[in-house]
Ligand binder design. Sequence first.
Ligand SMILES: Cc1cc2nc3c(=O)[nH]c(=O)nc-3n(C[C@H](O)[C@H](O)[C@H](O)COP(=O)(O)OP(=O)(O)OC[C@H]3O[C@@H](n4cnc5c(N)ncnc54)[C@H](O)[C@@H]3O)c2cc1C
Length: 388
Amino acid sequence: MSEPSGAAVVIIGGGVTGLSAGWWLARAGVDVLVLERGIVGWEASGRNGGGATHVYSPFGLEEQRLWPQMDDLLGYPTEYQPRRIGVALTEPQWALARRWAEIGEMRGFRWESLDRRQLKELVPIVGDNAIGGTYLHFGGHANPQRTVQAYAWALQDHGGRILQHTTVTGFTVRGGRVTAVETTRGPFGADTVVIAAGPQTGLFADMLGVALPLAPARVEMIATEPIPLMPTGGVAGNGLYGRQTLRGNLVYGGGPHEWVNVPDMAAPEHPNSPLVRNLARRLAELFPGAAHVRLIRSWGGVVENTPDGLPVIDRLSDPDNVVLATMSSVGFGLSPAAGRGISELVLHGRCLFADLAALALRRFADTPPDWRERAGWVVADARLAETR
Ligand SMILES: Cc1cc2nc3c(=O)[nH]c(=O)nc-3n(C[C@H](O)[C@H](O)[C@H](O)COP(=O)(O)OP(=O)(O)OC[C@H]3O[C@@H](n4cnc5c(N)ncnc54)[C@H](O)[C@@H]3O)c2cc1C
């Protein structure tokens, strides 16, 4: 069978951003092709905490509206579970949990304060070290692997195509437009190109003469053996985010981030043991009732970070048929809404359901080239070298 030769819309990157955008486009009847250098969801999109509680984002309201419908819209399960609980072990953690809840309240969502007794009823594994908590009637979480697969299947159900093991290496630009995407399997013609390559999005922007400030960082996650299912499986606290899977495992991650260099950005093969031990200690503090439970897995992933922590979703003016989309560490939860927004940028030149001004690339017009160094977001070795 001959390989596809191009498409109306070629999307670089088979993570949740590219797949969701491709799915929205395909369901609108657009001829779409996703090019992925590995397999779909192999990078951050399949390795994350599954959290979907980003009500502060311009996409926040749409994120909250779409997630409860995603299984029906996609036709495949994402294991989405609504609501979140925040546990505070200290006064600063309590203030932070309330702050997140109040941001939701400002956007029209409900939350309640929980005392220790109420907290223990909802989350039996919290201990006497908890001083209180928040119950969010919004937010939620889903299974990243299931969700990636659901997007990929749904996209193909609507006639979209995905080509894995195909690395994009450059662009053919003619008359102020990208006319083809060059790959290890040859060129693919395109009317419009969406660059949704996670941390690598900045490299592609560079090729087009556009500066997109991105700092990649490595983060770790741990998973325990299963414990009995809790009434609410989305519980955060003690600097950790995560969820209880439907099987019962506690899957958690959190800072600190390790800054990495652009050439080292492939998904890490092995977790960083000191970070994993730190996560495990904090998980046992958060859930003393599960401190005896064994860790069965850990893994690392690379997140993409912009200087202000917000995504960049923008349609370029030159070349004028390219949309950039990189999610700055919050791309899983936002993916249903971000994909819809990207599809509208492709189809209408602007997002019809949200004001994306806060996500425009021009906000970094004055960002100096050494912004990473100024922010201290540099790899540990490089910092040591500077002080020598
Ligand atoms: C451990 C961890 C925990 C996280 N927790 C959460 C969370 O709880 N909630 C949340 O919302 N977000 C979370 N995130 C962030 C979230 O996972 C990312 O923001 C999101 O997955 C980004 O999706 P993406 O599709 O934009 O990028 P990616 O998942 O990075 O996908 C980009 C794709 O582009 C492909 N690609 C790159 N270069 C090329 C090339 N040259 N040619 C072809 N293809 C290429 C890559 O192979 C990759 O598959 C977490 C991330 C990590 C690592």
